[in-house]
Write a protein that binds this ligand. Structure first.
Ligand SMILES: *Cc1c(COP(=O)(O)O)cnc(C)c1O
Length: 496
């Protein structure tokens, strides 16, 4: 049965999955949501024997119904290959009685790879299906992680080009090195003199420029976005929750149909929404535990029903969760409002105008699937140290936020349900914070000395993604003023 996608903000005509992937955002500014959440048609028993790629097909075919079997399998094969450093793609590690689902074995050692390694293939397939002849040009502004994962995903994918803008003095040295050494003839990385907001605003302006759009069309190009609100990123993220559950039954960690909890370190609300969709597909999930860092907008929302972004923005050791507007939450708001586009549009208008909104009591009652809490900087560092000293397992600060929040949840509820924590980044990506948390004797060491020390104490090999940048030559050295971003795009595309 064909599954169509509609906007969260109006009752305009629904579109196919491939159209939703190409467009990213609906014309009315809303997000695309499936008209219904499909049920898993394959039994857990069968899924338990499958590879990651096979599970991915079983899950994604339910959502992307206008892709043929061959097309979808092709996309999956190209995405989940040797770019990942383990054939399991998303391995499970048990430590201290809890299961860590490692989502960082892809090209850039963070969980964004899980979706961004397949999005380029879904997008080029969608373009073909919709008879689009233009080359797709991906524009992204990044504060560090998304840019590199998108570059790695789109590099050398035929029919695409990708341009990433980052704040020249606003990303970590390792993050910058990762980006400026990116290979691929279709990639372009540009530093701007300004902050992340300037980069983001500049990209939005370019997207909204009608004259430029026309010029692009004349030259055989069109823009698209690899943003985390694209359903082409959301759907691949549902896969690993189902894969993890199936593997846990195969390993006899849980019984058939036994419920599990899922803990997700959250920023934009994409990853945890995928877990919620997995639950709605029929996966036996008890609580969805939403973990925030000191930017605890979501914790406050789950406590009070009020979403309020009017507060100080905190810089933390888990930067990918330093977010005050969790874009994907809109899909949950829409659902708990009873799939009411008018109500959703009302809340989003209030968020836009006043920076806050309050949901109704009926909507609040629909949030019982969720539990929210947060961990501050000290608790996060203590969690890294405590888990390491107890078990030898080393986690990154994002995962540590989740791990700490889970401890708080257990202390409050005494819930003994078997629990899976989404482990979203390799500790090698945040070596300094991790090593500082474990022992201050590491404070004086250089970044790469820390990498080698981490390898010793964690007894893991240094990932390729880190080895590569030790010696990789800088390929991209363009730096522009924030007013020159459009020119940078035109130059790269050789448009006059
Ligand atoms: C993006 C990111 C997150 C947050 O995920 P959302 O889907 O935005 O909630 C958490 N941890 C890491 C390492 C990330 O890169």
């Amino acid at each position: 049965m064909e599954l169509l996608y509609k906007s969260t903000r109006s009752d305009s005509a629904p579109v196919t999955a491939s159209q939703a992937i190409l467009k990213g955002l609906a014309d009315d500014g809303g997000l695309f949501v499936p008209e219904r959440i499909p049920k898993l048609s394959c039994s857990i028993d069968k899924l338990a024997e499958m590879s990651y790629q096979e599970v991915a097909y079983e899950v994604m075919k339910e959502f992307l119904t206008d892709f043929t079997q061959e097309e979808l399998k092709n996309c999956i094969a190209k995405a989940y290959d040797e770019k990942f450093d383990t054939p399991q793609i998303a391995p499970l590690k048990e430590a201290d009685g809890t299961c860590y689902l490692e989502l960082f074995h892809g090209a850039t050692i963070a969980f964004k790879d899980m979706a961004l390694s397949i999005l380029p293939h879904l997008m080029t397939t969608a373009a073909k299906k919709n008879h689009i002849k233009n080359e797709i040009v991906i524009l992204t502004a990044t504060s560090g992680d998304t840019g590199k994962a998108a570059l790695a995903g789109f590099a050398d994918v035929p029919g695409t080009k990708i341009i990433v803008f980052y704040p020249k003095n606003g990303v970590s040295p390792i993050q910058e090195k990762q980006m400026v050494t990116q290979k691929g003839k279709n990639t372009h990385v540009v530093g701007i003199r300004g902050n992340f907001d300037d980069a983001q605003t500049g990209v939005k302006k370019i997207f909204a420029d009608k004259e430029l759009e026309k010029k692009m069309e004349e030259n055989g190009f069109q823009f698209s976005s690899a943003n985390s609100i694209n359903i082409g990123r959301l759907v691949p993220q549902i896969v690993y929750y189902i894969y993890a559950y199936a593997k846990l039954t195969a390993q006899k960690k849980i019984k058939e149909k036994e419920q599990i909890n899922v803990v997700v370190p959250t920023g934009n609300f994409g990853n945890i929404l995928a877990a919620y969709y997995a639950k709605n597909m029929g996966l036996p999930i008890h609580k969805l535990i939403c973990a925030s860092n000191e930017n605890k907008v979501l914790y406050d929302f789950f406590e009070t029903g009020i979403y309020d972004k009017n507060r100080e923005f905190m810089l933390t050791s888990s930067p990918s969760m330093d977010i005050l507007i969790s874009s994907n939450l809109e899909r949950l708001i829409y659902k708990i409002a009873g799939a009411d586009a008018k109500a959703d549009a009302f809340f989003m208008e209030a968020l836009n105008k006043e920076g806050k909104y309050e949901i109704t009591d009926e909507m609040k009652a629909e949030l019982a699937d969720f539990y929210g809490n947060y961990a501050d900087e000290e608790e996060t560092a203590q969690e890294i140290a405590a888990l390491y000293h107890k078990t030898g397992y080393v986690i990154d600060p994002h995962t540590a936020v989740a791990s700490k929040v889970y401890r708080k949840y257990k202390a409050q509820t005494a819930d003994q349900t078997y629990t899976v924590i989404a482990s979203t980044a390799s500790p090698y990506k945040f070596t300094r914070s991790v090593m500082n948390a474990i022992d201050h004797k590491y404070d004086a060491m250089s970044d790469f000395e820390l990498v080698d020390e981490l390898s010793k104490i964690a007894k893991t090999t240094v990932p390729n993604a880190i080895e590569e940048i030790r010696t990789a030559p800088v390929i991209h050295n363009t730096v522009v003023e924030k007013e020159e971003m459009k020119d940078a795009v035109l130059n790269f595309l050789k448009i006059k």
